[in-house]
Design a protein around this ligand. Sequence first.
Ligand SMILES: Nc1ncnc2c1ncn2[C@@H]1O[C@H](COP(=O)(O)OP(=O)(O)OP(=O)(O)O)[C@@H](O)[C@H]1O
Length: 542
Amino acid sequence: MNASSSPPAVELAGITKRFPGVVANHDIHLSVHKGTVHAIVGENGAGKSTLMKILYGMQKPDEGTITVDGEQVTLHSPADAIARGIGMVHQHFMLADNLTVLENTVLGGESLYGIGGRARDKIREISDAYGLGIRPDVLVEDLGVADRQRVEILKVLYRGARTLILDEPTAVLVPQEVDALFANLRELKAEGLTVIFISHKLGEVLSVADEITVIRRGTTVASVSPDEVSTKQLAELMVGSELPTPETRESTVTDRPVLSVEGLTVHTHDAEHGDRTVLDDVGFTIHAGEVLGLAGVEGNGQTELIEALIGLKHADAGTIRLGDEEITGWATRRRREGGIGYIPEDRHRHGLLLESPLWENRILGHVTEQPNSRGYWLKPKAARADTERIVEEYDVRTPGIEVTAGSLSGGNQQKLIVGREMSHHPRFLIAAHPTRGVDVGAQAQIWDQIREARHEGLAVLLISADLDELIGLSDTLRVMYRGRLVADADPATITPEELGTAMTGAASGHLEHEEGDAATGSDADGRPDAASGAQNEENEHE
Ligand SMILES: Nc1ncnc2c1ncn2[C@@H]1O[C@H](COP(=O)(O)OP(=O)(O)OP(=O)(O)O)[C@@H](O)[C@H]1O
């Protein structure tokens, strides 16, 4: 499969990149063979994104060379990289919802006028060649997450990419969608294309990669083939030491309600869709010591539920109670002060001030609850000291607390937010994708922190696209579909595949684990499985 006689698709030699106080990449060597899937793994802050940004022309290396198809190149911009056949699919999709696939694909490239027919044919051709199943004239807003990702891949292929860089492509996909994506990657490979992908999900890496490069603290420490290593060995190569064994599950659920929601209904109105009910008669209770996990394909009301709970969205009907108090009409600040912690879905928009130093981010959203605070006066000294503590305790990799939050790697930004929210010992924690982009070691640590806080009575609403996390951390599981809670499941018995199927609206009521096979079915009113791009590909996972 390795086209060993031809030059590597991409070769990086002696790449070094420094930022103030940090050597993000130090003498990195990476050779990616044509027609292979090459995974890059490493702890948060190891330097993976920096390396990929260098390869995509977004950043200039201080030292080192880049060779593409045997020719040494200098990449000044992504346009240069694209001209050399290197494309990148970012983790956050960059699609205009109100435009069609065709319009999104040609956007920023050639003019739409006069080439519509040609572009349309080319999209169909690419889609057929790689089994993407994307039609040119559908609106992006009508597509589920997995299809949007395929549109991003298609866009990159349309621009002539022969090497595709995918940044954590499976973070937002349910298991069936991951299988479908991997089938697409295999098609690309079969056609001689090359895929480089960054991932923290080591099981997936082993199932799809031909070669794996491990980066630790800015340097390449190993290049291994998947049949040489287990996920545990891979994690240990990343970390450089043995991993701790995770805490075993132990129920801490009490009968003391902390958060009670009844009949919660939220309508939205916008010019495009008119009136819509985005949360429909939602009710649940979370007790002290309980983690309630909410499964759902993105866009089924989870965001609106979080916003209604934290006070960013007005409830049109229903009540929210925190302990003995009804908080439905309370402003966000009052809810925060009342003991609600919030790990937001979008850490850049709602979690951090990217231009501000870490210690200012420490008090973001908690000005009245600063360490040693009285009122609204900033207490920089106490905030700085407490930020040092969080950096230490949560292993936030940073040259110091004066650097901006925006300069931290994604996983380290997440650790800072989790540390900040847990520091206030909330009664109720809204945890949206708490370990998104976080490496395996840090994930285990965050899980332990949440489990430990449960012992002290913390109630948690956990929303996560990572079904292993939902199943592993939750005491109770509910499934959200089209703004309603449609099903519940026992995390001790349900499988990720069964949960993934229920999330597409294919099951309701109490989900029973079926021995040997994943639950299947169709929507109550016979609708096709529109929310996912799941295909019945052979499951090659272990
Ligand atoms: N623009 C920047 N300015 C300053 N420091 C930066 C910048 N970009 C990255 N760094 C630093 O370089 C190091 C490597 O970061 P990078 O984002 O490459 O890590 P990563 O391996 O992709 O991590 P993650 O898994 O968390 O995404 C980190 O210490 C980070 O703080």
